[in-house]
Ligand binder design. Structure first.
Ligand code: ADP
Ligand code: MG
Length: 275
């Protein structure tokens, strides 16, 4: 299989007197895969992604994109390969939607180059893919959260990069937007590495998952391999039951409040060991 992203022993600390935010993290993302990074708040998901999109520079270890050392690549080449959709996208204000999407074209152009017919076609196509063509002239700030995120993904599409790095791209969005955004990204057939907060979403959309805890990868595998009650208890300290869903065929997780575990004799043996 063709490895697109390879992380080898990544270690990063925000300051000398603190523990490593991520420590000796190694993993790979193959061509066309949708790979999820999961783990509790503060486990290091964003730090890993920021090292890949070069907002941070590793203290130790190396990152390779298509076999090439990231730190030896120009920023333009990095941007041609990978598009980033963050959690809070602080977009410069007072831009209309199509201007923001046009920013995705910048790695393809020199400063002050005007948009070619091809650029315009790519921008229009990206807006159409995200169902935002009607809103091309709207001010970005006037959009709802879900619409804003669709614009940011349209910008990533206009960038024509075949690797997408996503940091909890659907946080703060309601369930229909969450599913719509993951569905639209899935349809692009790009290689995806995404931090995902919601375990059921990760189960529905990911081919493989890496689990971070305290800055280290503690588990990896398919959602079916990773999402067992034992693993979820060990990582999150929460009881759950899991079943293969009859319609999706994917693992579906139901979290069990302590009160219910106590009062329901059906769950007399606490799930997840270590009790
Ligand atoms: P996650 O995305 O999984 O919630 P992060 O990568 O944001 O985790 O954080 C990993 C660790 O690094 C946490 O302990 C967090 O407090 C710390 N951290 C994150 N950003 C900063 C920062 N800008 N300065 C100092 N520490 C940070
Ligand atoms: Mg984060």
């Amino acid at each position: 299989m063709n490895v697109r992203i390879k992380i080898d022993g990544l270690t990063y600390s925000y300051s000398y007197d603190e523990n490593d935010a991520v420590h000796d993290v190694s993993f790979e993302v193959n061509e066309g895969e949708f790979v999820g990074l999961i783990g509790p708040n503060g486990s290091g998901k964003s730090t890993v992604l920021k090292n890949i999109y070069r907002a941070l520079t590793p203290d130790k270890g190396a990152i390779f994109l298509d076999g090439e050392n990231l730190l030896k690549m120009s920023h333009r080449k990095t941007a041609l390969k990978q598009a980033v959709v963050g959690q809070e996208n602080d977009v410069p204000f007072n831009f209309v939607v199509e201007e923001i999407v046009a920013m995705g074209r910048s790695p393809h152009k020199k400063l002050f180059d005007i948009d070619t017919a091809y650029d315009k076609q790519v921008i229009r196509h990206a807006l159409e893919h995200m169902g935002m063509a009607d809103m091309a002239k709207r001010n970005y700030q006037s959009l709802s959260g879900g619409e804003k995120q669709r614009v940011i993904i349209a910008r990533a599409i206009a960038q024509e990069s075949s690797i997408f790095l996503l940091d909890e791209p659907t946080n703060h969005l309601d369930i229909s937007y969450q599913m719509q955004i993951f569905d639209l990204i899935k349809r692009l057939k790009v290689t995806v590495l995404s931090a995902i907060h919601d375990l059921n979403m990760a189960s529905l959309y990911c081919d493989r998952i890496y689990v971070l805890k305290d800055g280290k990868i503690v588990l990896s595998g398919t959602p079916e391999e990773v999402f067992t009650p034992e693993n979820i208890f060990n990582v999150y300290g929460v009881r759950c039951s899991v079943e293969k869903h009859p319609i999706t065929g994917k693992i579906s997780i139901t979290f069990l409040p302590e009160e219910i575990i106590k009062t329901h004799s059906v769950v007399d043996k606490p799930l997840g060991g270590n009790a």
